[in-house]
Design a protein around this ligand. Structure first.
Ligand code: NCD
Length: 307
């Protein structure tokens, strides 16, 4: 991998993705082999938005490689409340850490921040923009469950504000996956993403308003939360809240081996009765965050990315 930072999945080639997934699989098979590989390394965590999985799995990943984290903590307890700019904050924290993980509510924040630092910066979500490390664990989970070759995937829910969807769709174009996007019209994929995907030779995309139109064709169904916090108007959120829910009953019309995924947290998109079925892969998906982020940290911290 020849990248200084990881900002969007657009920058990742198929070969880059395979490098990360193969390394993650090696680590998952023998985590003890890397338990001290990055002893003494410090990872800086800058989370300007809430996070459970992403932050904790990065922390776990760094510690399982023998390193540790320095955490900015909540925005309320940091100097951000005194008016410090993001550029200054990252410049200060790069002096404390060997790599940085940034989550921020503003789209484009990671693109801007990486201009100010020399250590690797990994984007852990920038507003409604991108979330490339999530994409890598999503792809890892797809590869384990359905395979990435000849894949038909449905991506359903909030496609407008869902950054995991934007990142995933670009990455899947590298694998020539058939991508079916299912959402209410008001939450369709941003037109610029559709445009980009059409420009990309490998993308095969179709848009639908109803899951019934495609459910029987799918190998994977990737469900997302309606991103309430990104709606400019609560009334607008209320008009789409509660749409596109699935449960165990929905699976009657699906392939027996359909894999259901969700980046989590879920609100009410997937009923708990689906958790006990063989379709549910979302907890496994969350667990895969650790080996995949270990692989990413290892690649970015070892300098192997330039090999
Ligand atoms: C996602 C995010 O933050 O974009 N969560 C995550 O990282 N697993 C999805 C979401 O918040 O809905």
């Amino acid at each position: 991998m020849r990248h200084d930072h990881l900002i969007t999945s657009k920058q990742l080639s198929r070969a880059d993705i395979e490098t990360v997934l193969d390394r993650a699989a090696e680590i998952a098979a023998d985590p003890d082999a890397v338990a001290q590989r990055h002893a003494g390394t410090l990872l800086g965590l800058l989370f300007f938005e809430p996070s459970t999985r992403t932050k904790m799995s990065f922390e776990t990943a760094m510690k399982r490689l023998g390193g540790d984290v320095v955490d900015m903590g909540s925005v309320e307890s940091s100097s951000v409340t005194k008016g410090e700019t993001l550029a200054d904050t990252v410049r200060v924290i790069e002096g404390y850490a060997d790599a940085l993980v940034l989550r921020h509510p503003k789209q484009g924040a990671a693109t801007m921040a990486c201009e100010y630092v020399d250590v690797p910066l990994l984007n852990a979500g920038d507003g409604a923009g991108h979330h490339p490390t999530q994409t890598l664990l999503d792809l890892y989970t797809i590869r384990e469950n359905a395979g990435l070759e000849d894949l038909t995937i449905g991506i359903m829910g909030d496609l407008k504000y869902g950054r995991t969807v934007h990142s995933l769709s670009y990455a899947l174009a590298n694998f020539e996956a058939r991508q079916h996007f299912i959402s209410p019209e008001s939450l369709q994929l941003p037109r610029e993403v559709v445009f980009d995907l059409h420009q990309h030779g490998g993308a095969q995309i179709r848009e639908h308003e109803s899951l019934d139109e495609v459910l029987g064709d799918l190998d994977v169904l990737y469900v997302t939360r309606i991103q309430r916090e990104r709606f400019p108007d609560e009334n607008e959120y209320q008009t789409v809240a509660g749409e596109y829910q699935i449960d165990a009953e929905t699976m009657v019309d699906a392939n027996d081996d359909l894999t259901v995924m969700h980046p989590l947290p879920r609100v009410d998109e997937i009923a708990p009765d689906l958790d006990e079925t063989d379709h549910a892969a979302y907890f496994e998906q969350a667990h895969n965050g650790v080996p995949v982020r270990m692989a990413l940290l290892d690649l970015f911290l070892s300098g192997d990315r330039n090999e």
